[in-house]
Write a protein that binds this ligand. Sequence first.
Ligand SMILES: [Zn+2]
Ligand SMILES: [Zn+2]
Length: 373
Amino acid sequence: MTGVRTALAAIGDGAGHFALDAVEVAAPAHGEVRVRLLAAGICHTDQASLSWPGPLVLGHEGAGVVEAVGAGVTPLRIGQRVLLNWAIPCGQCPQCTRGRGSLCERTHGVGTTPGSSRAAPGHTRWRGQAIERSFNLGTFSEYTLVRAEALTLLPDGLAPEQACILGCGVMTGVGAVLNVAGVQAGESVAVLGCGGVGLSAIQGARLAGAGTIIAIDRREQALARARELGATHSVQARADDDSHDQLVAQVRALGQGRGVDHAFEATAVPALAFLPLRFARNGGNAIQLSGSHGHATAHLPDFMWDKRYQVPLYGGCLPERDFPRLLDWAQRGELQLGSMVTHRYALPQLQRALDDMLVGASAKGVILFEAEA
Ligand SMILES: [Zn+2]
Ligand SMILES: [Zn+2]
């Protein structure tokens, strides 16, 4: 029998800050699994989540080990290493039945679809009160409680610090290229912003067999990483090119003067959200991966002609289709995760981890939890 576990967790206050404190994580109920976290990836959304209604256990990327299982959970067993994933398509709502599981109405709490993707909501407590977890996961915590469907078994040999980033950043970037844009062999791709999501899009373009892959960033170090991961060309954006005219001209020239087939934005800067439209050819794709909130100004002719502008969620993720293939590519070394993880931290260093991400020092930062004796 397993009882309540006390775990150190990062708890957002809803006003832009967080504190480290103990939470109580109950034993798993029917269909649930308690996971001891080994590693958790840090994403721009974690910074945004500091302003979501609190208190909230932060973190939504993670890999860990099954510590306790509730009744009815098969085939997971205690001691197995798992990847956590925040989207669990219900398979029955109107979005799921039309094949758009990443927009599942149960996950998003819209429409009339009953139920929830959450583990029993009252079973994680802080100071005696039930507490919500970011994306129903809350991975910046030594333990978390999830529904069994949120877990994918990890193959032996894949380090947790690499596996943990698959669940949001890598899925978002690779999935946007393969599932959303449908990049075909030989096509041209431009990626603005070479952080974790942008580098994942570049790897997705390489996996798709794109002919021209243009990486764009202000930081030479980020461009060097992008070239290692598959970019065929790199363009350094200049701080004095306010209108972006020079940048657009360079990218369009690399796209044979007509622009590229698919342009992605992954800078997390709202003002740049429409810039991929200017890189894209007529009839091409412009895709914003930042999930930016805030305001951006659109120049309507940038949409001309026949361009498609999309803001996809989670790379169109269908967990049962996408995670096995991402893990397979990772094991073969076709999807390179090791070189994307540039910074490692312990949980008490979370503030520094967020700061390193915001100033662009890290491609992907990861929280490593202490190994249990
Ligand atoms: Zn659904
Ligand atoms: Zn994320």
